[in-house]
Design a protein around this ligand. Structure first.
Ligand code: HEC
Length: 174
């Protein structure tokens, strides 16, 4: 967000006030977005998780430049036709954007991984990629999506992914 200090008719003090108001407004927005997180997908979190020994240690997904690079190509070949560029806009109306403005980062890595392989809960259009993409390719495409988020969003979603893993390990899925 850039506020120009040299606008005609707006002195520096005014533009500082404007800046403060913009910062306050964007904080409110973040709070509103987080508050609105109780969507249908979250109700399915418990059903969707299954303990797979082969998955242990995969999450939170470790971002490496190799994965991000590979994921970029996988994304453009398999996801962009519906989801558009990661930061939007989506290419078809019902497809959510995966960027900062979307909802993808409200979910832990384990679920994003399962949903990409086997479709999200209640999906109508989103195809399953099991068989089409390898496990590592799914991790790579998710790495690319994650790498596009603002650092504070990445941090938050990583923390959520780690907490989710701790719950899966401690309580299982019952
Ligand atoms: C044919 C169109 C299409 C393609 C291709 C597609 N998606 Fe989707 N995706 C959708 C739609 C539409 C939804 C919303 C659920 C529904 O109605 O199917 C969705 C939902 C999702 C969700 C759950 C919502 C969210 O953001 O948390 C994830 C994750 C996702 N897609 C990831 C991917 C990834 C990764 C790829 C590529 C490997 C991909 N999708 C390819 C159409 C598509």
């Amino acid at each position: 967000m850039s506020v120009r200090y040299s606008l005609d008719g707006i002195d520096i003090l005014d533009s500082m006030r404007l800046k403060k108001r913009l910062v306050a407004a964007s904080l409110l927005f973040v709070v509103a977005v987080l508050g609105a997180c109780g969507d249908a997908n979250d109700a399915n979190i418990d059903d969707a998780a299954s303990i797979d020994a082969a998955d242990s240690g995969k999450f939170p997904i470790e971002l490496t430049s190799r994965r991000i690079e590979a994921g970029k190509l996988i994304y453009s070949q398999n996801c962009a036709s519906c989801h558009g560029p990661v930061q939007g806009p989506a290419a078809i109306d019902p497809a959510p954007v995966h960027g900062d403005a979307g909802h993808t980062w409200h979910h832990p890595d384990r679920l994003l991984y399962q949903w990409t392989l086997d479709r999200p809960p209640l999906a109508t259009i989103m195809p399953a990629f099991r068989g089409a993409l390898s496990d590592e390719e799914v991790l790579a495409v998710l790495s690319y999506i994650k790498s596009s988020w603002l650092p504070e969003i990445q941090e938050r979603q990583d923390l959520g992914s780690a907490q989710y893993e701790a719950q899966v390990i401690e309580f299982g899925t019952d």
